[in-house]
Design a protein around this ligand. Sequence first.
Ligand code: ZN
Length: 471
Amino acid sequence: MIQANRAQSNDDNHHPDGNQWVARVRTKLESAIMTGCDMGALEKLIEHELKELGRPLLEEAVQKLADRQALLCPRCSCELHVERHQRQRTVSSVFGQVPFKRSYGFCPKCQKRFYPADNVLGLQERAPASPRVQEICALMVLESPAGQAEANIRRLTGLDIGQSTMHREARRQGERALRLREADVALTNTLEGVCELAKRTQSPKGAFTLVIEIDAWNIRERDYWGESEKLRKKGEEPSRWHWVYAGTIFRLDQRGKTASGRSVITERGYVATRQGLESFEKQLYAEALQRGLSQAESVLVLADGAAWIWNIAENRFKDAVHRVDFWHVSEHLWKVAHDLYGQGTPEARQWVQPLLHWLKRRKDGALDVINTLQDIRTSLDGLTDKQCETLDRELGYLDTHKDHMDYKNAKALDQPLGSGAMESTCAQYQCRFKRTGQFWSLEGDEAFLALATLHRNGRWNQLFPHDQIKK
Ligand SMILES: [Zn+2]
């Protein structure tokens, strides 16, 4: 239950007299001044008193809005069979508890009861929060765990929203975000739908390259909290580790530099899910369409060498250039260097540096690197079994990706060599998800991921359209 600041009971919608209100608040301010306080205390005092003015105004307006609603089904517009008039509901608003009355009826077509007024007001079924309170809960829980969010909200708004309410409310908004996402994904199943998604692209000025970066990270649930080390020692991976698949999509022309020289991307799309690869692939495709996939002159997919990523790239972005992250490739070469010449030795560095240089500077750098490794494998005497194994493995890796390492060309076109944008995205998501008190159920995680992603994608107004209303 939300314990909002309860203003005076106003069943008769009694509005405080403005002049009296000013006089009373002034008296309170004066006594605050006498006891010695700073400006912040004065601000809080007025803010608190303003709720008394706002609440009856809101109550009156909400009732008027509810009264205006025709009793039509919000789904099919069919006339509802009225079941009951003037049923009361009370919601927690930023001004306190607001009661109002509205009618409900039964839709014979949808076979469901509806409260048309609730729908128009932006109130979810049986939920206690007004749209502003819903939004506050959702935004604050995105930024910090519910316990901390509770304290922050109390400080910033004076609202006393319990942790569990906040958690439930954020989850409810997450589920709404999930349904919006599912609707977008469903559009990819038809040609009309694909066109509709493509139409949402901000019209580009000229030809552009669309960059798609893909990665994944692990998330764990609280079942094994603190036990994963024990399990691993026993040789068991905790079964409740889950992969979160993530992608980021941006146009190359929307990349710039700050005054301090840091790279920034002004517009980006995001995808993050733990619903498995098949679902991820569809979500990524839907997001790519909305970011200009069908208008792009060329498409570039950037990722590490994981096979699942390249399967998705083949399935959905067949004509795209596929590039394996340069720093991943260099890690593989460093591994060979260390196995051949010893961990951290100058010899290892001396051996690997020219190879890295070729990759970036030579047209067929990847082939030159492969040839070098092959020469060592066949002509160097006295290789240990482990060294042979490393060479074979890394030759396999390089051979798989030899067509994905056109770094010289990438540099010439000022394209990214690696998936750094994706890595920073993952870090941001993980930062939020790896905090304690954060491990929800599978369903909760997915709702929360959907909410965080909708926010990052700049579609917050789909959940909370109230900011678009002119003041
Ligand atoms: Zn209906």
